[in-house]
Write a protein that binds this ligand. Structure first.
Ligand SMILES: [Zn+2]
Ligand SMILES: [Zn+2]
Length: 167
């Protein structure tokens, strides 16, 4: 929404905070309407075509982030944990070598030890989980950190020699 000046803008914000509950209820109903969604997207796009508005939106975003850093981080952490669990569950939810199921011990392993280009690019960090959730490639398995480390350091897990399975 464009505002002529800061005074009107803060008055509008004040009104919003006083009527927040009913506005949010109405917006929730509106948000489920796809035509309304499309209209809003268009409006927002037009609003941001003005460089002043764009700069203001950017500053607002920064302010919002600074003010809500803690809750944003918390949400992000929970979301990441959910994605991680979802991906680990998809790939069996337990260590393919020793059967460990404690999620804190589990990680994902490239079955043939790498070599795929897309894996190399995304291998490190959270990004890989998002990638796997999206594309679900078959060259991945769940291992616990012990079995994974042993595989990395010694070329195989001691469990394998005992049980004659392979990872
Ligand atoms: Zn294991
Ligand atoms: Zn093992």
């Amino acid at each position: 929404m464009p505002f002529a000046d800061e005074k009107r803008r803060s008055a509008s914000l004040r009104w919003y905070y006083n009527h927040r509950d009913e506005v949010q209820k109405k917006n929730k109903i509106k948000r489920q309407d796809s035509a309304h969604k499309e209209k809003e997207r268009e409006q927002r796009k037009r609003y941001l075509e003005n460089p002043d508005n764009k700069a203001r939106a950017y500053l607002d975003r920064l302010k919002y982030k600074a003010k809500n850093r803690e809750s944003i981080n918390k949400k992000r952490t929970l979301y990441r944990q959910r994605v991680r669990k979802e991906v680990l569950d998809y790939y069996g939810g337990k260590c393919a070598c020793c059967g460990e199921t404690e999620i804190k011990f589990l990680c994902l392993d490239h079955i043939n030890g790498g070599g795929s280009k897309d894996h190399k690019k995304t291998e490190h960090g959270q990004g890989w989980y998002f990638y796997l959730r999206r594309y679900k490639p078959e060259y991945v398995q769940v291992l616990c950190h012990n079995c994974n480390m042993a595989k990395g350091f010694y070329g195989g897990c001691p469990h394998v020699a005992k049980s004659k399975t392979s990872i």
